[in-house]
Design a protein around this ligand. Structure first.
Ligand SMILES: NC(=O)c1ccc[n+]([C@@H]2O[C@H](COP(=O)([O-])OP(=O)(O)OC[C@H]3O[C@@H](n4cnc5c(N)ncnc54)[C@H](O)[C@@H]3O)[C@@H](O)[C@H]2O)c1
Length: 330
C-alpha cells in the first residue's frame, strides 16, 4: 500500500504517520490489513521531525499546485487529506483560506479523479461547520450553518468529497473533528489553540494566557482517539457510509475552567497558577460559534469512540508527550 498524507508535516498528520508505521499495515474497506510500502508526507512546509523510517517520503509542495499534487497522487493508493489553513488564520486571511481549504481540496480531488483508480480518501473536516442557533447537543442530521470562513470552507470540502464520491471519482469519507487536545509543540493559529496551550505550557514550566473565560465550553478529543478515528474511517467498508459521506465524531464536553482544575489536581497548584485569564474578544467570538456537544450516534455505532473524561486526555498527554509524570515542571 502506498499512503499519501497531505498536511503530513502537521500535528495530526505526523501522529497518523507514526501510528501507520507502528502497525506496518493499512486496512482498507473492511479487508485484510495490507503492508505499507511507502508513506508520502506532502506539506507546504519542509519540516524537520518527520518519523525516521525508510518508508517515509517527505515531499514539499503546495496543495493548490496541480502538477505537484498529481506527482504524489499518481502513486498513492489511499489518501488522508489533512492539509489546511486552520481557523483563526483562515478568518484573518480570507483569500488564503479559500485558496488552500477550498481550491486545494478541489485540486486534490481532481488529481485523484485523474488517476482513474477511484482512490479512497479520508478528509479532516471540523465541528466548525456548525454555527448559528445551536442546540446544547448537535444531532447527526443537524444542519451546518458555519459562522466562520474556515467552517464554510470545511463544509464546502465535505460537499466536494461527497460529490466526487457520488460520481465514482473517489471513495471519500469526511470526519468532522472536535478540537484535538492536547496539541504538542508550538501553538498554531487555530482559535482553539488555547485548549492545548493552557495544559501544555504550564506542564512545561511556562506561563500562558488563556484568551477565553473559564466558563467557555469546548468539545474535544485526544490525539490518540483522532488517530484511531482516521484509521477507522479508512478501514470501514464503503457500504457503511452509503450516501452519507460525512460523520461527526464523538468527543467530550468540558470547559476551560474544568480543564485547569483537572490540571491542578494532577500537577499541583503551582503548575495551574501559570495560567493568566485574559479574554480576547476575537477568539472568544469564534469559539462561541462552535457546538459544545454532539450525540454522534452514527459514529458510535460504527465503532468510533471518545476519551470518556478530560482526566484521561490529560494523563495520555503526560504519558505520550512528556514520558510520564516525573517530567512535569512542578
Ligand atoms: N487539530 C484540531 O483541533 C482540528 C480540529 C478540527 C479539524 N482539524 C483539521 O485536521 C487537519 C489537520 O490538523 P492539524 O491540527 O494537524 O493542523 P496543522 O496546522 O498542524 O497541519 C496542517 C498542515 O497543513 C499544511 N499546509 C497548510 N497549507 C498548505 C498548502 N497550501 N499546501 C500543503 N500543505 C499545507 C501545514 O503546513 C501543516 O503542516 C486540518 O485539516 C484541520 O483543519 C484539526
Amino acid at each position: 500500500m502506498r499512503v499519501l498524507i497531505t498536511g503530513g508535516g502537521g500535528f495530526i498528520g505526523r501522529r497518523l504517520a507514526e501510528a501507520l508505521l507502528r502497525s506496518g499495515t493499512v486496512t482498507v474497506d473492511g479487508g485484510a490489513p495490507q503492508p505499507i510500502e511507502r508513506i508520502t508526507l506532502f506539506d507546504s512546509v519542509a519540516g524537520a521531525g518527520h518519523p525516521q523510517d525508510e518508508r517515509i517520503e517527505p515531499v514539499t509542495g503546495d496543495i493548490t499546485d496541480r502538477a505537484a499534487v498529481e506527482g504524489v497522487t499518481a502513486r498513492a493508493d489511499v489518501v488522508w487529506h489533512l492539509a489546511a489553513v486552520v481557523s483563526a488564520a483562515a478568518e484573518a486571511d480570507f483569500d488564503l483560506g479559500y485558496r488552500v481549504n477550498v481550491d486545494g481540496t478541489r485540486t486534490l480531488l481532481e488529481a485523484l479523479r485523474g488517476t482513474g483508480r477511484r482512490p479512497r480518501v479520508v478528509f479532516a473536516s471540523s465541528f466548525a461547520v456548525y454555527g448559528g442557533d445551536l442546540p446544547p447537543v448537535v444531532g447527526d442530521e443537524f444542519h451546518p450553518v458555519p459562522q466562520s470562513s474556515y467552517g464554510t470552507q470545511k463544509a464546502i470540502g465535505e460537499l466536494l468529497v461527497a460529490d466526487h464520491s457520488r460520481k465514482g471519482f473517489v471513495d471519500g469519507r469526511s470526519l468532522r473533528l472536535p478540537t484535538i487536545v492536547v496539541r504538542p509543540g508550538k501553538a498554531n493559529k487555530a482559535a482553539s489553540s488555547f485548549a492545548s496551550s493552557i495544559i501544555r505550557e504550564p506542564l512545561a514550566g511556562r506561563e500562558v494566557v488563556c484568551p477565553v473565560g473559564r466558563d467557555t465550553a469546548i468539545y474535544i478529543l485526544s490525539p490518540r482517539r483522532v488517530t484511531e478515528a482516521l484509521l477507522r474511517a479508512m478501514e470501514l467498508p464503503e457500504s457503511a457510509w452509503g450516501v452519507h459521506r460525512t460523520l461527526p465524531l464523538p468527543g467530550i464536553t468540558t470547559t476551560a475552567g474544568a480543564m485547569v482544575e483537572a490540571l491542578q489536581t494532577v500537577a499541583g497548584p503551582a503548575v495551574a497558577g501559570r495560567i493568566r485569564w485574559e479574554p480576547d474578544p476575537a477568539i472568544q467570538r469564534i469559539v462561541e460559534t462552535w457546538p459544545v456537544g454532539a450525540d454522534a450516534r452514527r459514529a458510535r455505532s460504527l465503532g468510533f469512540t471518545d476519551d470518556g473524561t478530560f482526566d484521561a486526555i490529560l494523563l495520555a498527554h503526560i504519558e505520550d508527550e512528556l514520558g510520564g509524570a516525573s517530567a512535569i515542571a512542578r
